[in-house]
Unconditional design. Sequence first.
Length: 175
Amino acid sequence: MDLRLKDKVILITGGAKGIGAAIARTIAEEGAIPVIIDRDQDAAEKLNQDLRQCHGYSYLVVAELNTAEACFAAVEQTAKKPGRIDALVNNAGVNDSVGLEKGSPDQFVASLHRNLLHYYNMAHYALPHFKHTAGSIISISSKTAVTGQGGTSGYVASKGAILAMTREWAVELLP
């Protein structure tokens, strides 16, 4: 399959394991240059090494994306290495079981912080780079945003917000 990704620099948050790693592998097979952004240094280094051996190019940014400053640093570190950013895959998140009954208001807010805010921050800081490359933002959500799951109020609220935010960005950035 040809997704026309040859030589495109693509940031993937939560890129070391699970869905993120599958995305990194697939885009590398398509000739893109994956930038794995993850807090799990061991898993990220292993995947980065595998991708470099198989496909030649891959970059790694070890980061905990829990603050706006950390997101800014991850974007800027990426922009310096390969010199540009063509796409962002917002993927990092954790289904943390913060529910209505077995949770608290503080835990709910913390879940929103863990699963939502870095999507905005990463897109915000990558946007100036996209203006030079006509870049794309891909936001990974979850079916639970539509179906519910039970016992995961914070995660599900975040995933629903991601869907709404992505539609909003499409309208805002259309011109």
